[in-house]
Design a protein around this ligand. Structure first.
Ligand SMILES: [Zn+2]
Ligand SMILES: [Zn+2]
Length: 183
């Protein structure tokens, strides 16, 4: 079995956890987890671990944008967003149910306790949440460019303050009135 990224490099047996083996690429550091193995490991894991909030990670992630072919059955794999601020996707083969993770992705997932959620990531619900998160981030970037980071932070602060204010509408009317004192 060869690496779906490096193509010519063979995968060799490695381990992600004491009871979860993977097929590892020595060249790019990616890992192939056969579906049945992950499911079995997950069953023995017991209770789902509570998610840990996003933290800055210094582990470099290289996210290939090209579509990959399954190393086992050669099917074109489908990308699933991990979301939750991680910024990367995993590749999943619908035919053999295997999962491809790029270098360091398992480590990042484990730090966040998301490594026992790969099954949930493959659901429509998780993907629509991740898509919403992407859209929000894109919108934030657009606004930051439009207003500048400092002004954007300020207008957001004002917006949050207005949101919970019982005189929100009067305040807004005052704010948008060019001549509020009517002189
Ligand atoms: Zn590789
Ligand atoms: Zn496959």
């Amino acid at each position: 079995m060869n690496c779906p990224i490096c193509i010519v490099a063979p995968l060799s047996l490695g381990s992600l956890e004491s009871s979860l083996s993977s097929q590892n690429c020595a060249r790019c550091g990616g890992n192939w987890i056969p579906g049945a193995q992950y499911w079995k490991w997950l069953e023995n894991q017991g209770e789902n671990l509570p998610e840990v909030d996003a933290q800055t990670s210094d582990l470099p992630i290289s996210e290939p944008t090209a579509h990959l072919d399954c190393p086992e059955c050669k099917w074109r794999m489908v990308k699933y967003m991990v979301g939750r601020g991680t910024g990367f996707s995993l590749d999943h083969c619908h035919s053999c149910k295997g999962i491809w993770l790029d270098k360091n992705e398992w480590e990042v997932l484990r730090k966040r306790n998301l490594h026992d959620d790969l099954n949930s990531m493959l659901t429509e619900f998780w993907q629509s949440e991740a898509l919403k998160e992407e859209r929000r981030k894109r919108f934030e970037r657009i606004n930051q460019t439009k207003f500048g980071a400092e002004d954007y932070a300020e207008i957001k602060r004002i917006r949050d303050w207005l949101e919970g204010h019982d005189k929100k509408h009067e305040l807004l009317a005052y704010l948008t009135d060019d001549d509020p004192l009517n002189v």
